[in-house]
Design a protein around this ligand. Structure first.
Ligand SMILES: [Zn+2]
Length: 134
């Protein structure tokens, strides 16, 4: 693991080439991720935008974020999975439907070797929107 001293991001290879600056948009965020992760990021973004079109898209906590008066849900790429961050309450409410996934306090890990559960993602982010949007 190598941490870039300029932007503070972590990379697997020392001196790895990257966009060394603040990520400002979701397009930019997706462009910066590993090739393996990109199709999943593009797909989950489409699913979330379709489910909650009124939410504003932004970067918050360095992650793609859907916002309406406050942060509703985030997602982010990890090495082997895509993380969806709907918060503690949502992962508790949807625990029964998330039995096949690795879930811990407010985080759902969606592995790259499985198709994304589109209907479930739409259901969860819609629930979050109804609950948290201001
Ligand atoms: Zn950097």
């Amino acid at each position: 693991m190598w941490k870039c001293p300029k932007c503070g991001r972590n990379f697997s290879r020392e001196g790895q080439g990257h966009y060394c600056g603040k990520i400002e948009t979701v397009d930019q965020y997706i462009r910066e991720q590993a090739e393996e992760a990109k199709p999943y990021l593009i797909e989950i973004r489409r699913m979330i935008r379709e489910a909650i079109p009124e939410a504003q898209e932004k970067i918050s906590w360095s992650m793609p974020t859907y916002w309406k008066g406050r942060n509703i849900v985030h997602f982010a790429a990890s090495k082997k999975h895509l993380g969806l961050y709907p918060g503690d309450e949502a992962t508790t409410v949807f625990a029964g439907k998330l039995a096949d996934y690795d879930v811990s306090k407010g985080t759902i890990r969606l592995p790259y070797n499985k198709p994304l559960p589109g209907e479930l993602i739409a259901e969860i982010v819609t629930w979050c929107y109804r609950r948290y949007a201001k």
